[in-house]
Write a protein that binds this ligand. Structure first.
Ligand SMILES: *Cc1c(COP(=O)(O)O)cnc(C)c1O
Length: 237
């Protein structure tokens, strides 16, 4: 596909996603201004990030450090400025690299990551925005990161206590094969409780291609949308 055809495809997909966001906000009685669309560009090239940025998408998500680090360099070299969100499961030994390009890390779910990210943020000399990730899977379900909702406040307190980190909210992935609505309702409740102590921690990162309208209904502020914007990924992408 020529780059012009790809640009047209991305523009058409983006227009559809934006229209669905507007409709979902209307249904939920919310303002479109409350919602940030993050394009999750994993497996797709830097040229797609640049094309989306030129169409007005300023927030980009990635889930693997090695891929994200290379892409961030390539995108910057093309003269395009975007905010990078790290949304995937993270290991402590990747934190130093992630902090070189990420503006927000969504997937903080244990103390070792808090410590490593704080150190990495100090090294780069600029605070890092952090979300604590909740696990909304039923107890016997598959685990895709996150810690149980009752344990969020203590991890949030650790983030808030670090000079290099800013606690900005919560994140979750909907449980596989279960109704996302009750899960997102629990996330909204957890977010409300957290904001009683940390009023600035207002981000609720929830909602993907398959369920973002439901996430908007339940208070999501940051949508992480991949395939609806970019097309299908190869398996294991
Ligand atoms: C891949 C990914 C997404 C986007 O998924 P789609 O279903 O393609 O929209 C969102 N969040 C995380 C954590 C992801 O890894």
């Amino acid at each position: 596909m020529s780059s012009e055809d790809r640009r047209a495809e991305l523009a058409a997909r983006l227009a559809k996603v934006r229209a669905r966001i507007v409709a979902a906000c209307e249904d939920a009685g919310r303002s479109r201004q409350e919602i940030t669309l993050i394009a999750v560009t994993k497996t797709f090239p830097a040229s797609d990030v640049a094309a989306l940025a030129r169409l007005g998408v300023r927030d980009v998500g990635e889930n693997r450090d090695q891929e994200a680090a290379l892409k961030a360099v390539a995108v910057a070299a093309s003269g395009v400025d975007v905010r990078w969100h790290f949304v995937g499961q993270l290991q402590s030994n990747k934190c130093r690299s992630v902090a070189t390009y990420a503006d927000m890390v969504h997937s903080v779910d244990r103390l070792s990551l808090v410590t490593a990210l704080d150190k990495a943020a100090a090294r780069r000399g600029r605070p890092l925005d952090v979300l604590v990730q909740a696990c909304l899977d039923p107890d016997d379900g598959p685990k895709r990161g996150g810690l149980p909702v009752p344990e969020l406040p203590s991890l949030a307190a650790e983030v808030a206590a670090r000079d290099g980190l800013r606690l900005v909210g919560v994140m979750a992935v909907a449980p596989l094969g279960a109704d996302p609505a009750p899960a997102y309702r629990r996330l909204a409740e957890a977010s409300g409780r957290l904001r009683e102590t940390y009023p600035e921690a207002a981000v609720v990162s929830a909602g993907m291609t398959g369920d973002f309208e439901i996430a908007i209904r339940h208070g999501a502020t940051h949508l992480r949308i991949g395939s609806a914007l970019l097309g299908g990924r190869p398996p294991l992408g």
